[in-house]
Design a protein around this ligand. Structure first.
Ligand code: HEC
Length: 253
């Protein structure tokens, strides 16, 4: 019981240094996140870096279809920055009065544009494999963000000698079955971070995973602070009830 309690406590406080067992028995190393634990919060600078990685690297294959430009205000951008950002993209609109569809610059209310117009186009460009939408990905796989992070840094220079890769597949330490249709997406110095952070593979993987955690659960911080409020409320209530119980029973003894 004590052990169970300790386990629960470490999990709650986000101190757990354990590892999640993924499919195929590969252990996923636990990673320390700013948003782990009861009091965890997102790191805005990290979310902006992660968005930059998504936009410059992942977005050529993966969509984040549940995100509109205006949602990015959560990342600490100003409304003007978001307007300017959206305007860099074109979206299809219409029909106009002549019944024609037309292209126009995106506005903050528009969804973040899809990487491919449809699944067939996405598969055709990726050797038959479908790059899944990343909006909910950080929570969709066993291991959550730890898995996404491990996957992104999990490309060894050479696959193990005894592995025969299928055509168009790449070796990954953490993908179930180890053969993945996504080539290693990150290389040292691939992006030039606006805030000057050195763009190591680990840094980019961590930043883009934090960003994916935000797209998967933009209300994480509100949920956590609500949790803390509820616990405090229950503690106070317990104190009051205990005092009341003592008072009532003191008259009966
Ligand atoms: C060249 C296209 C391409 C790029 C660029 C790319 N991916 Fe992928 N990604 C894929 C494909 C294809 C798959 C499906 C792999 C499969 O099922 O074998 C995939 C799968 C994934 C998965 C799901 C793995 C699983 O467990 O199913 C994640 C997470 C992911 N990519 C994240 C990223 C991130 C983050 C980036 C940017 C740093 C990125 N990808 C860049 C093509 C790409």
């Amino acid at each position: 019981m004590k052990k169970l309690f300790a386990l629960g406590l470490t999990a709650v406080l986000g101190l757990g240094a354990g590892a999640v067992q993924a499919a195929e028995g590969v252990a996923i190393p636990a990673h320390q996140w700013s948003f782990s634990g009861l009091f965890g919060t997102f790191d805005r600078a990290q979310l902006q870096r992660g968005f930059q990685v998504h936009r410059e690297v992942c977005a050529s294959c993966h969509s984040i279809e549940f995100i509109s430009f205006r949602n990015l205000i959560d990342l600490g951008y100003t409304p003007d920055e978001i307007k300017a950002l959206a305007a860099e993209y074109t979206v299809m609109d219409g029909p106009n009065d002549d019944g024609d569809m037309f292209e126009r610059p995106a506005i903050p209310a528009d969804r973040y544009p899809l990487a491919f117009p449809n699944e067939q186009a996405a598969r055709a460009a990726n050797n038959g494999a479908y790059p899944p939408d990343l909006s909910l990905m950080a929570k969709a796989r066993k291991g959550g963000p730890d898995y996404s992070y491990a996957l992104l840094i999990g490309y060894p220079e050479e696959p193990p000698a005894d592995v025969e890769l299928m055509d168009g597949m790449y070796y990954n330490d953490y993908f179930p079955g180890h053969q993945i249709a996504m080539p290693a997406p990150l290389f040292e110095g691939l992006v030039e971070y606006a805030d000057g952070t050195p763009a190591t593979v680990e840094q980019m993987a961590e930043d883009v995973t934090a960003f994916m955690m935000w797209t998967a659960e933009p209300n994480l911080e509100a949920r956590k602070s609500m949790g803390v409020t509820v616990i405090l409320f229950l503690l106070v209530l317990t104190g009051i009830l205990y005092a009341v119980k003592k008072k009532i029973w003191s008259d009966l003894h």
